[in-house]
Write a protein that binds this ligand. Sequence first.
Ligand SMILES: Cc1cc2nc3c(=O)[nH]c(=O)nc-3n(C[C@H](O)[C@H](O)[C@H](O)COP(=O)(O)OP(=O)(O)OC[C@H]3O[C@@H](n4cnc5c(N)ncnc54)[C@H](O)[C@@H]3O)c2cc1C
Length: 436
Amino acid sequence: MMAGTALTPLVDFAQGGPLTNWAGNITYGTTNLMRVNSVPEAGETVRRYEHLKVLGTRHCFNKIADSHDRFLSLAAVNRVIGLDTQRHTVTVESGIRYGDLAVWLNDRGFALHNLASLPHISVAGGCITATHGSGVRNANLSSAVTAFELIKASGETVEFSRDKNPGLFPGIVVNLGGLGVVTRLTLAIRPTYQISQYVFENLPIQVLEHHFAEIMSAGYSVSLFTDWRNGNIGEVWVKSKVGEGPAFDGLKEWFGATAATKDMHPIPSLSAENCTPQMGVPGPWHERLPHFKMGFTPSAGKELQTEYFVPREHSYAAIKAVEQLRDQVTPHLQITEIRCIDADDLWMSPCYHQPSTTIHFTWQPDWPAVSRVLPLVEAQLAPFHAKPHWGKLFTMSPRRLAALYQRMPDFRHLLQEYDPKGKFRNDFLNTNIFGV
Ligand SMILES: Cc1cc2nc3c(=O)[nH]c(=O)nc-3n(C[C@H](O)[C@H](O)[C@H](O)COP(=O)(O)OP(=O)(O)OC[C@H]3O[C@@H](n4cnc5c(N)ncnc54)[C@H](O)[C@@H]3O)c2cc1C
């Protein structure tokens, strides 16, 4: 079963030029990229070389994927291998992208529980970094993984499942690319569903003090967008499951916010052409849960991103704490998005045993300026135990990360056991996981 080709790559891997990540803010340490067409070829590559990193769809903003030696791409190893309609699971090869898998599943009457804001990322890269969407009862995308296959540094292929390896499995999935080459994932699925998307404008931030939980649980997935400029959440995006939850049709005002009268972009000055349909028009889950349509440039294009997870009970205090920094933040910001994610049991997930709220920043592509603001934001959010997104930009120290992740010692052990000579290590792992 081949995956569809609904998505054209946004930028193909550089041919001859420098190799960069999607945003272009990271030029990788080598252009030595090996593409394989099968799992046995990947195994052979792992056995042959002392150091390598797998590149997914290159959507991380930091150096988590970087290598000075060589890259392995499994982009062509992207088939759907099996659909189990009894157990409600789908098994895929690791190079498949969420957008392609979503269409494949929906055509057969099935769905995933959630998607990130864009459909262009690989399933493996998304799960490895604890990528998430929104929804008070939706855990991150890696929480759907029920089985996992990877090639260890020795070249041996190993399989794990939640049922057969209950103790180890939570350490394996969010592995930050350090355990080996992920070749196959089995994901929990459910019957397909329809979503209607509604946008409300100008919600006073102070309303969140007493109504945060109510607003964030008013839909299956809710996002708040603000530039912090004027005490308002500029846009509230409510993605409602058709037939469930409060009805928004015809509602003109909600908690002091007014219903948008046309489709919106999260950055109000940009055209909504690339955004998924709103105004309550129902559509399949995969055409409403991401903010951006497939085949279009997601978000604003040139940008940097940062995101912090705070325990849900601190949501309003953390939002107010960031608002205090608006004079420093707003000049470098395109938009902030606030989302909720449910708890999971995955050791290196920022939501480990912790329902969370995320405060995300899409920055202007100006790293010198952003790198000066991040320590301020991190200091402001420190009392709330904020953890950074593993795939986005942060300046937090390894010592602080170690204090925030109680299972970090277990994770280090796992990396040492599966990759004793550091075949899959890079500067990011050496610093952030082993640098204490
Ligand atoms: C415009 C934009 C919007 C985004 N929106 C969201 C969002 O809504 N929510 C969210 O949480 N994040 C979001 N992200 C971040 C993104 O989801 C993560 O960075 C994710 O990891 C990207 O996956 P990738 O395949 O591109 O990873 P890469 O950057 O290619 O790699 C990430 C890590 O995974 C490893 N890896 C990838 N594939 C394999 C494999 N097969 N085996 C072993 N290791 C592998 C790499 O070595 C690396 O360590 C967004 C990013 C962008 C650019």
